[in-house]
Ligand binder design. Sequence first.
Ligand code: IVH
Length: 432
Amino acid sequence: MSEMSEQTQPSTALRHSKVPADDLATQVAALDVAQLTEAEATLWLAQLASAISDANAAYHEQDAPNISDAAYDVLRRCNSAIEARFPKLKRDDSPSEQVGSKPAEGFGKITHAQRMLSLGNAFEAEDVADFDKSIRNYLGLPAEAPIAYSAEPKIDGLSLSLRYEKGRLVQAATRGDGSVGENVTANARTIADIPQVLDDAPDILEVRGEVYMSHADFDALNSRQAARKEKTFANPRNAAAGSLRQLDAEITRARPLKFFAYAWGELSAPLAETQIGAVHRLAQLGFQTNPLTARFEDLEALLAHYRLIESQRATLGYDIDGVVYKVDDLALQSRLGLRSTTPRWAIAHKFPAELAWTRLEGIDIQVGRTGALSPVARLHPVTVGGVVVSNATLHNEDYIAGRDANGQPIRDGKDIRVFWIICVRRGSRAAS
Ligand code: IVH
């Protein structure tokens, strides 16, 4: 169920030169922030700011990530932990004050009437309980006061803001750095899920949501691209981002993009009194909204919905990377307000990372029923996708040597050796 993918030389020492982001994540995962001196913390914050900024540019500007989502989260969490311990070392260019990346050259720029924010993350049920407690504290509500939350899948695409004036689509902008996005109006007009005209809409209505590509459309697009010897995409999110952010909107038109609406920006009149009511209104106006969006009155039910969505993840037909919880009452949302880059009233409960780093402790050879020999990696136990993994198949001798079934190099031809720090990835989408 798990397989090896990449490896690096073991290293825990703090390096002063630029370190590849995935290697940095391995070092950071082993770091004890409580033991850092101020001088070490300063160096780490500099390395993290540079690695996170590079990762943001690769992901948001080039649509070609240079680091896994899990490793990115490790870097950001470590940065926040060091900043929390040494607040005065927080850099002016601190990654915790940044959303996305600045708009790319070539596109017109649009200043958002209301900033497009990011979401804080929860990884464990306790983080969700802390989120609920922080909301109650902020509002001065006792533990037993009812607070309803909405819960919906976190779509793994790219966010888009659509501005309608008097019912007509006048502008579409990517998130960019949260304040200024890219003008992709012509491109958005080619997406079937995005209405050009709305009936009975407020005079000013900014609808926000996620542009994404389904698994089936992604596979078909990549086959077409490969047949024409054109660029293929690493995953549906990159394909969606690369397809929307085209200077020639006719290329976008030929790409099968979809859109889920889940939020809004400037409004001349409220959509509803609750988050769920507003999402229903968006659906009535003609937008696609996610069918797994629901409202819950207690944390247990919220977490049960998270598990339900997680159990359906492999069969939804599009990528999601967690569940977003939002305070349902919009009056409470506005009392709670915003932090510098995230709202206080929402949080993303991420699914466990499907990728983790650990030490290869040995390689055993198993003899199958047919007599076939299959090497098995013995790993220092590590949690991957919420499961503790201590063994992983190495398939065969060629796989260990860094060659595929046709003798072609895999992992850039690197072999696998005992005591290396290796990356373990959960099995394929269908198997997860
Ligand atoms: S709410 C003020 N709901 O996640 C917060 N965001 O990590 C507005 N995303 O920038 C966002 N699915 O691109 C919200 N159901 C959902 C989402 C969602 C995906 C993205 C969105 C946002 C990012 C934050």
